[in-house]
Ligand binder design. Structure first.
Ligand code: NA7
Length: 544
């Protein structure tokens, strides 16, 4: 390792060793470039390294929540269940790291603390938390969109005598809830996965809910070998379908509007989808995310299911969402979530009506009551899309800090680059569709685009690429317009808007214009000589 005086020179520094960082490294290697991945964790896996909470599982189905770049990989790997559990995804990513011999260029247990662009050399100077310094032409962030934990400031948390954990920073040795009075704060996708599993272990579980959520059954099951073989035989078509879809799921989206069919027919279609389970539920009709009246039929169908499932009418009513339309917050899928409230050892507290006030040694106090607890779980989500980037002290051209540039919310061109920050690429950055999609597919698209761009620069002798201010302005306006075409901004507490983090600017961060459309835009930009980007060429060597 180099000391701070003599930085080690690389072509590219990649931050993060999850799905993005691993594939980015693989592509850079194929280009013959020198690259190093820095990863804060003690192992590869990114999101899946940290999120080890009970019930942690992907909501995308296993046969397509995976890389498509290697047919050998997708043919040899065997998933055991319809949805991959966290341990299995970790096995998969470790297998990828081994198969493509990535580990020699991955430095674990290392955080990137600071990165400064040097306009003289067109290189980034990158400092690790361990005091090492590297210089690299390209800085590529692969930090994930949901990786910076959002832990609410609750008075007296330090006084709590029990254990508390955020789901995204879960102890690797696990947590034993047996015989304990456990509290869970949060009923997003994570809480909805964890609550049924914790309820089976705990002596008593109290769920503190701020916003009631829609959830559709996952219907997880072992993957039948015949089904597995069918997928494997059909991968070319499955991957094409993913790339040509709005959300990178290989689903057939109905072309029927919800109100174009009779009430009975609509109910029958919802019922069939409910029985089948999965995120497919939002594809039952074409207009569930764009038309309020259409959406209301789906929202009401789920509300009826909640009322029919939960025995206690008061609990059922508290669990029933009214404040936002279905799927305007990221829709969860579950395994016996609503059924869990029928257990004798589970109770629900509405902390919108009776807010959390403080913790003390013995538990948690709301405006109404004190709840004795031995353990508390924060399933309170993430400082999404921007948090992990802003945790790095990034300084671009002319001393501009990323934190200052984004003080009023993130601004990017294509979610890939920013004016003022040359040679910095953000995989699945804000302004890209990533979080609205099946992530590995979006990740591959970004990594491929970045790799092609870097290859182009090398072939043309270019040392600097930077999004122009005008192209960034246009993209930010387009991202806003695209969100307005949908119902997504209607959920005013969603993390898509940054609304879950106190003080965070409310900007709809992902690009809602559809992943397939976005892919076409990115391809057209590249085909038109990287339209909207400004390049600088290597100074010509003086003639002898
Ligand atoms: P989410 O979806 O952001 O959910 C967090 C939950 O925690 C949600 O119910 C929040 O209520 C609740 N929350 C957050 N802060 C508080 C405070 N201070 N008090 C009470 N309740 C609070 O995070 P997840 O981890 O579940 O899922 C993140 C993504 O990971 C998911 O969407 C998938 O894409 C994978 P709120 O709704 O803000 O009122």
């Amino acid at each position: 390792s180099a000391d701070a005086q003599t930085p080690r020179r690389l072509d590219a520094v990649v931050v993060g060793a999850g799905f993005s960082g691993l594939y980015m490294l693989h592509r850079l290697r194929e280009l013959g470039l020198s690259a190093r991945v820095f990863e804060a964790g003690d192992g590869v896996g990114g999101t899946w390294y940290w999120n080890r909470y009970p019930g942690a599982r992907c909501d995308s189905e296993s046969y397509y929540y995976s890389y498509s770049f290697s047919d050998e990989l997708q043919q040899e790997w065997r998933w055991s269940e319809r949805y991959p559990g966290q341990p299995e995804i970790m096995n998969y990513l470790n297998h990828v790291a081994d198969k493509f011999d990535l580990r020699p260029d991955i430095q674990l247990s290392t955080r990137i603390a600071r990165a400064v662009f040097d306009a003289t050399s067109d290189e980034w100077s990158v400092d690790t938390d361990g005091g090492e310094r590297f210089s690299a032409r390209f800085l590529i962030t692969a930090v994930g969109c949901l990786s910076s934990a959002n832990i609410p400031q609750i008075d007296g948390l330090d006084d709590f005598a029990g254990d508390w954990h955020h789901t995204g920073q879960w102890p690797h040795e696990g947590v034993d809830f047996r015989g304990k009075r456990v509290g869970v704060i949060g009923t997003g996708s994570t809480g909805i996965q964890a609550i049924p599993v914790i309820a089976e272990q705990a002596a008593h579980l109290t769920v503190f809910q701020r916003t009631a959520n829609y959830s559709v059954p996952a219907r997880n099951a072992p993957l039948d070998p015949a089904e597995e073989n069918a997928y494997k035989a059909d991968y070319a078509a499955i991957r094409r379908k993913q790339r040509e879809s709005a959300n990178c799921h290989p689903f057939d989206v109905s072309d029927t509007p919800a109100l174009a069919v009779s009430d009975d027919e609509r109910q029958t279609r919802y019922e069939a989808s409910w029985e089948r389970g999965s995120l497919r539920f939002r594809t039952v009709f074409k207009d569930l995310l764009t038309d309020e009246a259409a959406n209301a039929t789906a929202s009401e169908f789920i509300r009826d299911k909640i009322r029919a499932t939960v025995d206690d009418p008061q609990t059922a009513e508290t669990l029933t969402p009214y404040d936002h339309p279905f799927a305007t917050k990221r829709p969860p899928i579950d395994t016996h979530y609503f059924e869990t409230y029928n257990r004798d050892n589970v109770s629900l507290v509405d902390v919108r009506r009776t807010p959390i006030e403080a913790m003390n040694a013995g538990g948690l106090r709301t405006s109404e009551a004190h709840y004795p607890l031995d353990a508390l779980v924060f399933a309170t989500g993430f400082d999404a899309m921007t948090g992990a980037l802003l945790n790095i002290d990034i300084e671009g051209r002319d001393g501009q800090k990323l934190a200052d540039k984004w003080a009023a919310g993130p601004r990017t061109y294509l979610g890939l680059q920013m004016a003022g920050f040359p040679n910095l690429f953000t995989i699945t950055g804000p302004g890209s569709p990533s979080v609205l999609t099946n992530m590995p597919t979006s990740i591959e698209q970004h990594v491929d685009w970045i790799s092609d761009c870097i290859d182009h620069m090398r072939n043309q002798g270019l040392t600097r690429i930077e999004a122009s201010a005008q192209s960034e302005d246009r993209w930010v306006a387009h991202v806003n317009d695209a969100a307005e075409q949908t119902l997504l901004p209607k959920a005013n507490s969603s993390w898509y808007l940054g609304a879950n983090v106190p003080g965070k600017p409310r900007i709809f961060m992902p690009y809602a214009g559809g992943a397939a459309h976005y892919r076409q835009i990115c391809e057209a930009v590249a085909a038109n000589g990287y339209d909207g980007f400004v390049f600088k060429a290597r100074p010509q060597a003086r003639a002898a």
